[in-house]
Design a binder for this molecule. Structure first.
Ligand SMILES: [Fe+2]
Ligand SMILES: [Fe+2]
Length: 311
């Protein structure tokens, strides 16, 4: 049954126009995550959607970038430094997840994600080389993006790292659920999801970047599937453990919301001009979108607006 559904999904996705496509894919992968056999449906989706970062033409993008003034160029490379750091950090953090996977179904999906995240790194490196003209491969890009890392990103990566690295000491069910929430639902499902939309809008605003937006759209399709892994796993825990799992989820979400509020108040304020210049939006607007995305993920797990889980 889910196989026929996946084939229908493929047809609908390939016939969709670029505008609104990402939103449609989000809804459809969300639907995969909520099926009776979500893990099988997500694996099938991965098998049907392989892509290569080496087949995209970036010549128009390179000409657009070269024509920009230096301030705009710096803004674009700053937001791309975040993109590189995000891909590089989450790829490395999948190792503790794989070792702690509670069963084969979860292990299989995490293995597909290891391949996806490394493909995303390769795709970002290609943009650095072909569009921004950075030579020297990953070492040069890592040095460049480390120099552009800001206190907001550092605070968020430290928090994510702390929750996931706990799996190196303890692989109990609650630690694994907390790590899935921090990584798949919060980092990828709310921060990453919100960030992708702001970045795409900013590139559209400043020039013609068809190659860059194309590889970003392909990566976002993968990312939405990764969010589906997190939502599916959380739903499975809720169906097996009920209110006990709901409590772990609520605690993790509340800790993140408190961290986000503190970052907005104490760290983001001095960076306001840089954030507005790079993202085209104020930090409070970005944080509002992050929270909205998180609410969507929680709703699909069965949580209401009051934080109660409707089991
Ligand atoms: Fe990624
Ligand atoms: Fe991802």
């Amino acid at each position: 049954m889910w196989r026929r559904g996946a084939a229908d999904l493929d047809r609908r996705v390939s016939s969709a126009r670029v505008s609104g496509e990402s939103r449609q894919e989000t809804a459809e992968i969300q639907a995969l995550a909520e099926r009776p056999r979500p893990f099988a449906a997500l694996y099938e989706h991965w098998e049907r959607h392989h892509w290569s970062p080496f087949t995209t033409d970036f010549s128009v993008d390179a000409a657009s970038f070269a024509a920009l003034d230096e301030t705009t160029q710096n803004g674009l490379t700053w937001i791309f430094a975040h993109r590189f750091q995000a891909e590089y950090n989450v790829a490395a953090l999948l190792a503790p997840f794989l070792l702690a996977a509670p069963d084969y179904d979860v292990q299989l999906l995490l293995a597909t994600q290891v391949a996806d995240e490394h493909r995303h790194i390769e795709s970002v490196l290609r943009v650095y080389a072909e569009v921004f003209g950075v030579e020297g491969g990953i070492d040069a890009v890592k040095a460049l993006s480390d120099a552009q890392l800001d206190p907001i990103a550092e605070t968020l990566y430290d928090a994510l790292d702390g929750v996931v690295r706990q799996l190196e000491r303890s692989r109990d069910a609650d630690s694994f659920l907390r790590a899935i929430l921090a990584y798949h639902v919060i980092a990828e499902g709310s921060i990453g999801r919100a960030n992708q939309d702001f970045v795409a809008a900013q590139f559209r605003r400043v020039g013609e970047f068809p190659g860059l937006l194309h590889v970003q759209r392909l990566a976002v399709r993968d990312e939405v599937r990764h969010i589906g892994i997190g939502v599916s796993y959380a739903r499975r825990c809720l169906s097996r453990e009920g209110e006990r799992a709901a409590g772990v989820i609520r605690d993790t979400v509340e800790a993140f919301q408190a961290l986000g509020d503190a970052v907005l108040e104490n760290v983001a304020a001095p960076m306001l001009p840089d954030i507005v210049a790079a993202y085209g939006a104020e930090p409070a607007v970005v944080w509002g979108e992050v929270r909205r995305q998180l609410e969507l993920r929680l709703r699909s797990m069965g949580f209401g607006a009051n934080g109660r889980w409707r089991g």
